[in-house]
Design a protein around this ligand. Structure first.
Ligand code: 5GP
Length: 187
């Protein structure tokens, strides 16, 4: 099996990246997901080692010092990062999906110029806010912070390779899979 592609997916919190990624993996079981490490507490329904590796701040900082992250960032009072060894191991077996925010995506772009960077937009800001509120586990303060951050994140999309709109998770997943199939065909 040839070494796969690193596929970076970014988009504001609440844009529905998780659902889109799950649809993509259902349609293309050869794609794997890079499980990030984070210091934020799990949300209801999130499983350790599946959604994220939930680790302590001390452990995260130790991993930073040891150069164990392909990229990492601190935002919303927490660390998030892609463990290098896990990503490399998965890449040796096929293409790997990374759900990371733009600062991390920029680090990936620098260290792995072959990576494909895709930005997911919400259909509108109103819809993004509605989706954040519907999560139910996010306080008013967090919603305001996440909306402010969303504006900044969306401004970053100009240096991504592709922008897609998540108006419908299935359609959006298909659009990304078509982009990836076209890239493979043109190699
Ligand atoms: P959430 O707390 O809602 O799961 O994620 C917040 C943000 O962190 C999302 O934009 C997500 O893409 C980003 N994120 C998740 N894992 C990583 C990671 O490993 N590295 C970076 N840089 N961002 C991440």
């Amino acid at each position: 099996m040839p070494r796969g592609k690193l596929i970076v997916i970014s988009g504001a919190s609440g844009v529905g990246k998780g659902t889109v990624l799950n649809r993509m993996m259902r349609k293309r079981p050869d794609l794997t997901f890079s499980v990030s490490a984070t210091t934020r507490p799990p949300r209801p329904g999130e499983r350790d080692g599946v959604s994220y590796d939930f680790i302590t701040k001390e452990r995260f900082e130790q991993m930073i010092a040891q150069g164990q992250f392909l990229e990492y960032d601190a935002h919303a009072d927490n660390y998030y990062g892609t463990p290098r060894a896990q990503a490399e191991e998965k890449l040796a077996r096929g293409s790997v999906l990374l759900d990371i925010e733009p600062k991390g995506a920029m680090q990936v772009r620098r260290s792995m110029p072959d990576a494909v960077l895709i930005f997911i937009m919400p259909p509108s800001m109103q819809e993004l806010e509605r989706r954040l509120r519907n999560r139910g586990d996010t306080s008013e303060d967090q919603i305001r912070m996440r909306m402010e951050r969303a504006v900044w994140e969306m401004e970053q999309r100009s240096w991504y390779d592709y922008t897609v709109v998540n108006d419908d998770a299935d359609r959006c997943a298909d659009e990304i899979l078509t982009i990836l199939a076209d890239l493979t065909e043109n190699e």
